[in-house]
Design a protein around this ligand. Structure first.
Ligand SMILES: NC(=O)c1ccc[n+]([C@@H]2O[C@H](COP(=O)([O-])OP(=O)(O)OC[C@H]3O[C@@H](n4cnc5c(N)ncnc54)[C@H](O)[C@@H]3O)[C@@H](O)[C@H]2O)c1
Length: 325
């Protein structure tokens, strides 16, 4: 049960909006959603507008005073405010600032307000291009060959993780660094490179167009459904375990061609065939034909196991897209 007061920075985010849903369903007393709406929009949390336990705060994590006020009487903070790879490519200065200075401020506000625990939204980008498989939490950061936005993004998440560890050591703040794989689902946005691909393929196929794939279709990613990710965050807030980095991934590598075939199956469009093309200008995250993220530690430490298969998740995403028109 989540009976306390919680702050979600970047509260109008894809993942933050789903964490809010789960906290409220679990009985939270108050859920504060702090966002400056630089990337997210109020529409992401419009479904919560009649919920009296939700408090919307227009605030900026790069401004410490905004966080000092927002963390007063808070039991736990979900640090979600961040710039993903695509916004990082568009505005590196803002991205680095939000992902690093924003975390320093968030941790400083937690210390000042006596917050007990923080859950930090890290990423499997901290592995760069994984050099060994399976990818456990002990694997290192291999940056060779990464495009600059991906390199900056992974490095900024490593800094966020190190800052959490530093505040734990110096001030006793409890933390877990959750390393999300490619998160997709209802309320999908267009800021995460790999999830954009899933959303685009679903949209093309439901409209009756052939799915378009960059490359030869063999590139793999680990697609994890947003409600599973939100559940990992809430479990990690309430678990006895803390001080960990945990992969929040399905452990299943899906090729681009498999994603397209899944969309074709869901929409009953076996008449359409994937189209392959090259776009050398596209912003890319680490790319390869094998990942193999281990999720054993998350299962062991916080009892988290993903529940939504790629097929079920894409079915839900297509339903949501169709409802948007
Ligand atoms: N979506 C993914 O696939 C994925 C994968 C790995 C890690 N993550 C991490 O999880 C977190 C949430 O991801 P998401 O996809 O839900 O993100 P998102 O892009 O939907 O939301 C990020 C939110 O942060 C807000 N924000 C940006 N700068 C801010 C500032 N200065 N002050 C306050 N708010 C600010 C934005 O307005 C936005 O609402 C991010 O930190 C991201 O790096 C996401």
């Amino acid at each position: 049960m989540a009976t306390g007061n919680y702050l979600i920075t970047g509260g109008a985010s894809l993942i933050g909006s789903h964490i809010a849903d789960q906290l409220l369903a679990d009985g939270a007393r108050e859920v504060r959603l702090l966002d400056n709406y630089s990337l997210g929009t109020p529409a992401m949390i419009a479904h919560l507008s009649d919920e009296p336990r939700v408090k919307r705060i227009r605030g900026d994590v790069t401004r410490l005073p905004d966080l000092l006020e927002a963390t007063a009487d808070v039991d736990g903070v979900f640090a979600l405010a961040g710039y993903l790879t695509l916004p990082m490519a568009q505005d590196p200065l803002a991205g680095i600032s939000v992902n690093t200075l924003g975390m320093v401020n968030t941790l400083e506000a937690c210390r000042f307000s006596g917050v007990r625990r923080i859950v930090f939204s890290s990423s499997v980008a901290v592995y760069g291009t994984p050099a060994q498989h399976p990818v456990t939490e002990d694997s290192g950061y291999f940056s060779a060959g990464l495009q600059p936005p991906s390199l900056l993004y992974g490095a900024s998440k490593l800094m966020g993780e190190a800052l959490c560890a530093r505040y734990a050591r110096s001030y006793g703040l409890q933390f877990n660094n959750l390393r999300f794989a490619s998160v997709y689902g209802e309320r999908q946005h267009t800021r995460a490179v790999n999830a954009v691909f899933v959303a685009k393929i679903c949209d093309q196929v439901r409209r009756g167009e052939a799915p378009v794939i960059e490359g030869d279709g063999s590139e793999v990613h680990d697609y994890v459904y947003v409600t599973d990710v939100a559940r990992a965050c809430v479990s990690s807030m309430h678990s006895a375990a803390h001080g960990h980095a945990l992969n929040v991934a399905t452990g299943v590598d899906s090729t681009a061609t498999e994603v397209a075939q899944t969309a074709l199956r869901i929409c009953g469009r076996r008449d359409l065939k994937p189209q392959y093309r090259e776009d050398r200008r596209a912003v890319r995250s680490a790319a390869g034909t094998r990942l193999g993220f281990s999720r054993e530690k998350a299962q062991r430490e916080i009892g988290w196991v993903p529940q939504i298969s790629l097929e079920e998740g894409m079915r839900r995403l297509i339903e949501w897209q169709s409802a948007q028109g």
